[in-house]
Design a protein around this ligand. Structure first.
Ligand code: 4AZ
Length: 329
């Protein structure tokens, strides 16, 4: 067989593998998960998280659910509790596991975005982290600090469904997506959901936010190995237009700005996208108010970071993530 035919044969084989993998995952997502008190456990669970390609061993074998797959224990938890006695650009290295809701998204095993665990089954992220991607190649990892440390095997899940809002690349409006994971995530000391806002009308203006991620530590820099955090105050949308070089058309009601107009220096950056902008509540727990979305460069004085305003999507999130267990304490 000549080389041309060998190449064509290879392409057909790869296409076949990808198509059947996609079909298999759809089947699992739509059918097999629905029974067993809503938590049937017959799915192919053994996705290989070491190389992301050896998939679906032990397919369709009935198995006993693991201890963490019981909804009662998963629901009986407290959201938004940080672990601390307690960068991103201009920030600090986070304390290990101080942000237990932090999820890391990889595509073909390469880190590219952040996300936040909101219940034991769903991760909130930015639509631009999923739109146009082959969702079945997105890997989600939890409980991590140093993503470059290969000696630690993180809790790993894959995406069964990516649900996004009406997102447009032209203005990044509605930059919000939910990822339904292939299996529940055990709620432990190191993995715990962030709280969702309870007040839809909250604007957070003047509140001190914390953005976290493994993104680049400067514009055009390299992503960080360790999780970083940066404090950024929330600016009103009015000021975000008046005191920066953004125009009214660019900042929609579904967005919020956070940073230091006229100063810069501290900001989220490339790779932090999809990760959370959180705020401390009066009970010392944290809720997610924004999702890292976009900005003109990073930490520039006239261009603060722009975040998706989570309060605009509360009903949508609750409706679409209702088959996951939200913490009830
Ligand atoms: C990005 O490209 C990105 N300074 C994220 C956040 C910001 C800019 C760019 C905000 O993922």
């Amino acid at each position: 067989m000549n080389v041309k035919y060998q190449i064509i044969l290879c392409i057909i084989l790869i296409t076949f593998c990808i198509t059947s993998l996609s079909a298999e995952r759809n089947k699992i997502g739509k059918g097999k998960f629905e029974a067993y008190n809503g938590y049937r456990y017959t799915e192919a669970k053994s996705l290989d998280d070491a190389n992301g390609m050896k998939l679906f061993l032990n397919r369709n074998r009935e198995r006993k659910p693991p201890a963490h797959d019981t909804p009662a224990s998963a629901c009986s938890c407290k959201c938004g509790e940080r672990n601390d006695e307690s960068r991103i650009v201009g920030g600090n290295t986070a304390m290990i596991n101080s942000y237990p809701w932090m999820a890391r998204l990889s595509y073909f095993n390469r880190f590219y975005c952040g996300g936040s665990l909101i219940n034991d089954r769903y991760v909130l992220t930015a639509a631009h982290c999923v739109k146009g991607f082959m969702w079945f190649m997105i890997k989600v990892t939890f409980g991590e600090h140093d993503r470059c440390d290969d000696s630690i095997r993180p809790e790993t899940r894959f995406v069964l469904r990516a649900i996004s809002q009406k997102f447009s690349y032209s203005n990044f409006d509605n930059d919000m997506a939910l990822l339904r994971l292939n299996d529940r995530v055990p709620i432990t000391d190191h993995i715990r959901p962030i709280c969702l806002p309870s007040n839809k009308a909250e604007t957070y203006v003047g509140k001190s936010g914390v953005a976290t991620g493994w993104g680049t530590v400067r514009e055009d820099g390299k992503p960080s190995c360790v999780l970083r955090e940066v404090d950024v105050p929330v600016i009103s949308n009015q000021d975000c237009i008046a005191k920066t070089n953004y125009t009214a058309k660019m900042i929609t009601d579904n967005m919020m700005c956070a940073g230091y107009p006229g100063v810069g220096q501290k900001d989220s950056c490339q790779g932090d996208s999809g990760g959370p902008l959180i705020v401390e509540r009066s009970d010392k727990r944290y809720e997610i108010m924004g999702i890292v979305s976009w900005g003109n460069g990073c930490a520039r004085p006239s261009f603060p970071g722009v975040y998706t305003r989570v309060t605009r999507y509360l009903d949508w999130i609750h409706e679409n993530a209702k088959d996951g267990c939200f913490c009830n304490k």
